[in-house]
Ligand binder design. Structure first.
Ligand SMILES: *Cc1c(COP(=O)(O)O)cnc(C)c1O
Length: 430
């Protein structure tokens, strides 16, 4: 495999773009080496600027659940383009997609479209604060909700102390209203709630977190959060930017049968275009401007091209339950193959898996929260990643990310992935 164009482009990019990339994880810093620059993608494959082909296990961090360049979505976009690219005024398609989202996602009675997951979570927190008249909110350690200031917070020294800014530029004033808790630990939530009685507007989490690697909620955990929030008048927000329309057509909330008050969406909802959304109970969403007093707006929100892609994607998923059966089978085969190749090798590992998401952690302990995820051997993961890449399999370039499978993965390609995995594991074991 020859990689020269990507290297040249990266060197040039660093002169003009901070770190050479428009989003940090793309720079491969967590795995070493230089990023590959992508020229095109189709079905299960992406192609770099040197025309090397890679089997896709990230799929643009989730959106391409049907594989890349799906003809149905491509055609919807081209057709929409013929009528102009942006109006900044309401369109029929926005009504149609809102109605569809309400039908698909159990918690959503009304929905507002935005342009990214980051905007969705920032707005949801603002609305929850406006609705409750409270300032603080709880987030989980290791969960990612985009780059809004109030989410870039790390845990303080004690369980009931306020958070610390996790990035320069985030003020201590902002950090003091974000409370941090470990995932999968109801006791920790009770402690926080007790120490901040009547002051907590919202509890936001990834119901099935994928941003510290994939972690599965313990039995009864999500329902336990629901019960605490009901008791305390706290708005429960599921950030389903990753899991929405992926774990089932109604997301993690449908799969686990726990309905939050608000939900944030992104990734798949745009069919590969920049789209996010937040929605929830009518009485909460009625607080959003112009129906209510909480301000939130967007020049390009509900963009007609983006809505055409998203609507086509969601309509397809809504009409094709078999997509989820197929994704579960694909995920099951890959994970079973990886587990069997690891048996008896003597490597420390844990595989977390749900449907079309999985993570292979190089650690001997179970991974149930951020602290246990951080036990992983990230240097070993970097070697595994590089070996897979050399063999033409494109993984997320960090130990702390989930992989996202698509329906474009045929049995033959699954075989190739598992062959590459065998070679990679042997290589790193030496
Ligand atoms: C990707 C992601 C976001 C941020 O979405 P962007 O579109 O990148 O702003 C928020 N929450 C979760 C759970 C995500 O996975």
């Amino acid at each position: 495999m020859q990689i020269t164009q990507s290297k040249d482009l990266f060197n040039k990019a660093k002169n003009f773009i901070p770190g050479g990339v428009n989003s940090p994880v793309r720079a491969f810093r967590a795995v070493g080496g230089d990023p590959i620059f992508i020229k095109k993608a189709d079905g299960a494959f992406i192609y770099d600027e040197d025309d090397n082909a890679y089997i896709e296990l990230i799929n643009s961090w989730g959106p391409m659940i049907l594989g890349h360049n799906h003809p149905m979505i491509r055609e919807a976009v081209i057709k929409a383009m013929e009528n102009g690219t942006s109006f900044g005024a309401p369109t029929a398609r926005e009504v149609e997609i809102a109605e569809l989202i309400v039908a698909m996602v159990p918690s959503v009675e009304k929905v507002r479209m935005v342009n990214s997951g980051t905007e969705a979570t920032m707005s949801a927190i603002r609305v929850a604060r406006g609705f409750t008249g409270r300032d603080k909110f709880i987030k989980m350690e290791g969960h990612y909700h985009g780059h809004g200031d109030s989410f870039l917070i790390s845990a303080g020294s004690g369980a009931i102390t306020m958070g610390n800014p996790d990035s320069p530029g985030v003020t201590k004033g902002t950090a003091k209203d974000t409370l941090l808790a470990p995932y999968n630990d109801l006791e920790a939530i009770e402690t926080l709630v007790e120490a901040n009685k009547g002051e907590i507007a919202a509890l936001i989490l990834e119901p099935v977190p994928g941003n510290m690697g994939l972690v599965i909620p313990k039995e009864g955990y999500l329902q336990g959060l629901r019960d605490i929030c009901d008791r305390e008048g706290i708005v429960l927000i599921f950030d389903e930017v990753m899991t929405g329309f992926r774990l089932s057509k109604g997301g993690a909330q449908e799969l686990f049968g726990v309905t939050p008050d608000m939900t944030t969406l992104g990734k798949i909802i745009g069919g590969g275009m920049p789209v996010g959304a937040y929605g929830g109970k009518k009485e909460i969403m009625e607080f959003v401007s112009p129906a209510g007093p909480v301000y939130q707006a967007g020049t390009l929100s509900g963009n007609p091209i983006a809505m055409a892609a998203g609507l086509t994607m969601l309509n397809y998923l809504n009409d094709h339950d078999e997509v989820y059966t197929q994704l579960n089978q694909i995920g099951g085969k890959i994970v079973a193959g990886i587990r069997s190749s690891l048996e008896g090798l003597g490597l420390d590992y844990t595989v977390n898996h749900l449907g079309s998401m999985y993570s292979l952690f190089f650690t001997n302990s179970k991974v149930t929260d951020f602290a246990s995820a951080k036990h992983s051997d990230t240097a070993l993961f970097g070697k595994y990643f590089q070996s897979m890449l050399r063999q033409g399999v494109y993984l997320a370039p960090s130990q702390f990310e989930s992989l996202f499978l698509s329906t474009a993965l045929s049995d033959q390609l699954i075989g190739k992935i598992l062959e590459a995995n065998n070679v990679a594991l042997k290589e790193i074991h030496q």
